[in-house]
Design a protein around this ligand. Structure first.
Ligand SMILES: C[S@@+](CC[C@H](N)C(=O)[O-])C[C@H]1O[C@@H](n2cnc3c(N)ncnc32)[C@H](O)[C@@H]1O
Length: 678
């Protein structure tokens, strides 16, 4: 879809709309934007007379609304969202600004002023890019306004009062809502209709296009060659066009690199840092991981562990143990009085239901795994764009099936399909080609070869009522341990590539310079240890992991000065004494363990930790309490993510105090507690 590239630029960011207006929410969600709603508490009381124009007032109000939300969210969990959108709509007759009426008389005064005349509707919009660094909030604001002219018909007093008595005018700027009854008052509209409704979507997309796709001389040249009219609209921009679709260039560095360069030239500073970073770390590819990992949740859905219509979860361990669960899968109360609705419709309402999809189509994760296994993204990186027949020839596969595979990959946002053929999207270039610095092929390979099977068997176990109490991860861990060296290596490659994306965020979520030594329990290939050693020049780091893992960790080391301060110690943290350290670290270790193991591990750490020492925990985080919960988080792990408060309580329960919580990257919650004197 042509509009996707612009809105899609916000896809992997945490976007917040600082407005309670349901109309704005509807416009933006209809456009495919995913966002949270945090209404601003900024009081709309700027001194109107101090603004030279009505729109200057609207823009300033929009900006203050967005900044208030960014500041409040940053203060609350020390991490602001990536983008906050603020908007303010006003109606102006000449220089006079009409906002929302305070009562019916006020509504009457406003509507009488508009009666039979033209007026202007202005919406000021502020897009605030946020960046939290060292506990400070850095913001960059892009702002604009849109004006639409509206003419009211000559309206009788009677009609005006009838409209006022309908109650509609009361929460609307200028005292009318064009999208509902108020539409009857309007003779004509010149300009963007949605601007009058409350949000100028078209201008917003153009603004995103300006921010994310700055024009470059090469693009202009190419447009002339291709004889495509150079129209100043976001509709012409796709990733391929903005990044340069020259196949020669694409073969050299991939569009990811080119795109980054293009963005870097004009994107705001905070945004630039977030996108590319001083250290060129990419954004956390949430959507892609959701695709690779989401089947864990969907497999649970298939066997009824999660009710997909309402998203209610049942404890898998309880089901595995054959216990009766209140309101089990047959309970249809969650269908909210509409039990007759077909399953697919409920699935739609609940988001994705791969469980039911998998019965008739290849499920999306399998499509992705197959494409990786065939090295499809490698071929397109080196030789794309390619037509389906050419891809099939290069992969030695059936042309018809290959085309289907390519089309599903395009629908999943992994490929782009244009007249010239298929090519990798930015996310595929970054994460799905085999030799990329940030390749997640290891995750795809391990999930395909191993995890998929484990979760399928988990489903069978539940259907057959097997008496198992282990969590899914426990089953996987034990299976891995009893199997081959190749499987362990595969597992390590998967964890290694994921950790590469998160380690820096974990290491820098708090200032850890007060600690002289750290022990990363379950530290696997030592990626986080390396990042810690790099960030804190006097820190000595121990990586503690099972012997079969530490034995193979050598193959993942890159050398470098900080390596001298890192040592690998083999052991089992449930049985062996833990190495001494000022700071213990658990990264992505807690979520999947059943409760008894979790508490055993925490209590062993608590006993080893000296008073004043620390425990740092990093996990995928549930959204803050009260915010609308995103189903995507549930799919990132077999277990259910805990909220920041649950993490805090967990550490407190095991003797840690002054527990602080920070968000790191897109989805991680990092918690630091200090061991109290026993
Ligand atoms: C989910 S991975 C997390 C790896 C790493 N911390 C990260 O953030 O990517 C779990 C790690 O814990 C290790 N592990 C599991 N059971 C263990 C045990 N009993 N003792 C020590 N390490 C263990 C695994 O070998 C693996 O490296």
């Amino acid at each position: 879809m042509v509009l996707c590239p612009v809105i899609g630029k916000l896809q992997h960011k945490r976007v917040v709309l600082a407005s309670a207006s349901p109309r704005r929410q509807e416009i933006l969600s209809n456009a495919g934007l995913r966002f949270e709603v945090v209404p601003s508490r900024f009081k709309e009381k700027l001194h109107k007379a101090s603004f030279a124009t009505p729109y200057a007032y609207a823009v300033e109000t929009a900006k203050q609304k967005a900044l208030e939300v960014a500041g409040r969210m940053h203060q609350k969990d020390l991490r602001a969202p990536d983008v906050v959108i603020g908007a303010d709509t006003i109606v102006a007759v000449g220089a006079m600004i009409l906002e929302k009426p305070v009562d019916k008389q006020d509504a009457y005064r406003m509507l009488s002023r508009l009666n039979g005349k033209e007026h202007s509707v202005f919406t000021g919009v502020a897009i605030v890019h946020c960046c939290s660094k060292d506990g400070r909030l850095d913001t960059e604001v892009s702002e604009f306004y849109e004006e639409t002219t509206v003419k009211f018909s000559e309206l009788s007093e009677e009609l005006l009062w009838e409209y006022i008595n309908s109650g509609e005018p009361m929460d609307k700027a200028g005292g009318y809502g064009i999208q509902a009854l108020g539409g009857m008052l309007v003779e004509y509209v010149h300009g963007d209709f949605l601007n009058v409704v409350g949000f100028p979507l078209n201008h917003f997309c153009k603004e995103l296009a300006r921010l994310y796709y700055p024009p470059r001389p090469a693009d202009l040249r190419r447009v002339r060659h291709d004889s495509i009219p150079a129209v100043d609209t976001f509709e012409n921009l796709s990733d391929s066009e903005a990044g340069g679709a020259d196949p020669g260039q694409s073969a050299k560095g991939g569009r990811g690199g080119e795109q980054a360069d293009g963005d870097r030239s004009q994107a705001p500073r905070a945004l630039d840092a977030a996108l590319n970073g001083a250290d060129s770390r990419p954004r956390f590819p949430t959507g892609l991981l959701e695709l690779m990992d989401g089947f864990k949740a969907s497999k649970s859905r298939e066997v009824g562990l999660e009710c997909w219509p309402c998203g209610r979860l049942w404890d898998p361990a309880a089901l595995l143990a054959g216990q009766q669960v209140d309101g089990g899968p047959q309970d249809t109360s969650c269908l909210q009085g509409r039990p007759g609705l077909p399953m697919a419709d409920h699935a739609d309402q609940a988001g994705v239901c791969w469980g039911s999809w998998s019965k008739c189509h290849p499920p999306p994760p399998k499509v992705l795994f197959t494409a990786c296994k065939l090295k499809l993204f490698d071929v397109l990186k080196d030789q794309g764009p390619l037509q389906a027949v050419d891809v099939a020839r290069k992969l030695s596969t059936c042309a018809g099936r290959t085309e289907q595979l390519l089309d599903v990959c395009a629908a999943l946002g992994l490929l782009e399909k244009t007249r010239r053929g298929y090519s990798n999207t930015e996310v595929a270039t970054l994460h799905l080609v085999s030799d990329g610095e940030h390749s997640l092929q290891g995750v795809a390979e391990y999930n395909d070869a191993h995890v998929w099977g484990v979760f399928t068997r988990l489903g069978l176990a539940v259907r057959e009522g097997a008496e198992q109490t282990r969590g899914a991860l426990g089953a996987m861990e034990e299976e891995r341990l009893s199997q081959s060296r190749e499987l362990t290596l595969q597992f390590m490659r998967a964890k290694h590539s994921l950790s590469k994306l998160t380690a820096h965020h974990v290491a820098t979520a708090f200032d850890l310079s007060r600690f002289a030594s750290a022990c990363d329990l379950g530290g696997c290939t030592g990626i986080l240890a390396r990042e810690l050693a790099q960030e804190y020049p006097r820190l000595q780091v121990t990586v503690f992991d099972l012997p079969e893992v530490t034995e193979l960790s050598g193959g993942f080391q890159r050398g470098g000065r900080q390596t001298e301060r890192i040592r690998f110690v083999p052991g089992d943290f449930f049985k062996d004494s833990l190495p001494e350290a000022d700071l213990y670290v658990l990264s992505r270790m807690l979520q999947d363990w059943p409760d008894d193991k979790l508490h055993k591990l925490l209590s062993r750490i608590s006993s080893s930790c000296k008073p004043g020492g620390g425990l740092l925990v990093a996990e995928a985080a549930a959204e803050e309490e009260g915010a609308s919960q995103s189903p995507r988080l549930r799919t990132l792990s077999a277990g259910q993510p805990r909220s920041p408060d649950e993490h805090r309580r967990l550490l407190q329960r095991h003797g840690f105090q002054d527990v602080r919580v920070a968000r790191a990257g897109d989805l991680l919650c990092v918690v630091l507690g200090t061991r109290a004197a026993p």
